[in-house]
Design a binder for this molecule. Sequence first.
Ligand code: FES
Length: 56
Amino acid sequence: MWVCLCEQINDQALTVSYVQGLKTVKQLKQAKQLGSTCGKCIRLAKQKLAQLDSSL
Ligand code: FES
């Protein structure tokens, strides 16, 4: 499933980035440009990060 379609970031890529230390939307935006085009993915990205926080 795509998290950020504009920047081609899917669930798997988000999880890999999280494990590598990108644990906030701000960090993902700076490093991967998540949310930097239309911004519609921010809410979903926050949900996914919260799930990762509670599961990893
Ligand atoms: Fe992420 Fe557009 S879907 S910036």
